[in-house]
Design a protein around this ligand. Structure first.
Ligand SMILES: [Zn+2]
Length: 284
């Protein structure tokens, strides 16, 4: 991208998927085949940092997905060790280049205790993915987890809506997120893909304007740019997060597409930096 178009503030990519090196060597090529597109880097922390340098991104937030309940503890242990700065301020005031949320799984036993461990390890959010994890946000079996997340201030970072490699009927929608927010008003929610991949008309109807965060991952190049702008305006820039879904989209290309929107500087700054910092505790 054109370096002169870099904004005058640190850009945080709130939605990337990284893997421990050994796993990345297997998982990244396998997922590339499944998604039908080449990754923009190799899926490792090093690869992400190197990519970010080329596209003017200051920090990326990793969203690990647990496909089995018994992988939660060791996956979180890995990220707690390897992103020890997690959400803390570094001495020069810059965000660490890669931070990680925790993973969680709806079939974990004693969900309240598991969320408490996640909070005590220093994570500020957990990623949930209803297609890989086969659950609905309003399944009553999740209520204990939502209660614990609300109590500990842990962000529920949710995959939302359709998925490129899954078939309908999907397990989540913008209406489900609106319902979850109604049932747990203290729960901090960040919903990926503007609240529902491929369900953007529904987002406009039922979710835009609600007190939940929506990210921009997998929206540019997948939906009309005019609708992205309309949702940002209707929802309010204060609750939109810049995210790329790297390595499954190119973060530089997504940033360039974002910067081409006719937004003013405070809106760009809120979406690229301030909102993620406030929600996820960066720079605190
Ligand atoms: Zn994703």
């Amino acid at each position: 991208m054109n370096p002169t178009s870099h904004p005058d503030f640190p850009v945080v990519d709130s939605h990337v998927h990284l893997y421990p090196e050994k796993i990345a060597r297997k998982v990244t090529p396998a997922l590339a085949e499944r998604f039908g597109n080449a990754p923009s880097f190799d899926g490792t922390v090093c690869g992400c940092r190197a990519k970010n340098v080329t596209c003017g991104i200051a920090a990326s937030v990793n969203l690990p997905v647990a496909t089995k309940p018994d992988s939660v503890e060791h996956t979180n242990g890995f990220w707690a060790r390897h992103a020890p700065a997690l959400m803390q301020k570094e001495p020069d005031g810059k965000a660490p280049a890669v931070v990680s949320l925790a993973c969680f799984h709806p079939q974990v036993a004693d969900k309240g205790a598991a969320i408490e461990r996640i909070a005590r390890a220093g994570f500020t959010g957990v990623k949930l993915h209803p297609e890989y994890q086969l659950f609905g946000f309003n399944d009553r079996s999740m209520d204990e987890a939502w209660d614990a997340m609300s109590a500990f201030g842990i962000v529920a970072y949710l995959h939302a809506g359709g998925e490129r490699v899954f078939r309908p009927p999907f397990h989540s929608s913008p209406s489900d997120i609106a319902e979850l927010h109604r049932r747990f008003p203290r729960l901090k929610i960040a919903a990926a893909h503007l609240g529902g991949f491929g369900m953007w008309d529904e987002t406009e109807e039922v979710l835009a304007g609600q007190d939940v965060y929506l990210d921009l991952s997998h929206t540019f190049f997948w939906m009309p740019t005019g609708q992205i702008l309309r949702i940002i305006r209707r929802h309010g820039a204060r609750r939109i997060l810049f995210g790329s879904d790297a390595p499954w989209q190119d973060p530089g290309e997504v940033l360039e597409a974002f910067l081409s929107l006719p937004l003013d500087e405070p809106e760009r700054r809120a979406i690229c930096c301030d909102n993620a910092c406030r929600l996820l505790g960066l720079f605190t």
